[in-house]
Design a protein around this ligand. Structure first.
Ligand SMILES: [Zn+2]
Ligand SMILES: [Zn+2]
Length: 89
């Protein structure tokens, strides 16, 4: 088919100036203090407590522990419907 050319999807790679972390996804949040990457700002917020960062292994979302996937901490809870951006804010 003419004209049905697919434009390649460019996934921006984001890097941190303070560590070797690289991640993709505009929703991802990298902590410049503890250098952990979270799949969403909500998870990021949960690991931040006053004056400090929580160990991501101790952060729970909806009662479930986070899991590390490709260097990014994700919630086990929203795993299957991550496409809904509003599921987690
Ligand atoms: Zn942190
Ligand atoms: Zn970093």
């Amino acid at each position: 088919m003419l004209g049905a050319r697919r434009s390649p999807k460019i996934i921006p790679k984001i890097t941190c100036g303070g560590c070797d972390a690289r991640w993709t996804g505009l929703n991802a949040a990298h902590c410049s203090a503890c250098h952990q990457t979270f799949s969403g700002i909500a998870l990021f917020d949960m690991h931040r407590v006053i004056y400090a960062c929580k160990d991501p292994t101790k952060v729970k979302h909806c009662g479930l522990p986070l899991r590390l996937d490709n260097g990014v901490w994700r919630s086990s809870h929203v795993d299957t419907r991550w496409n809904h951006r509003d599921t987690i804010r």
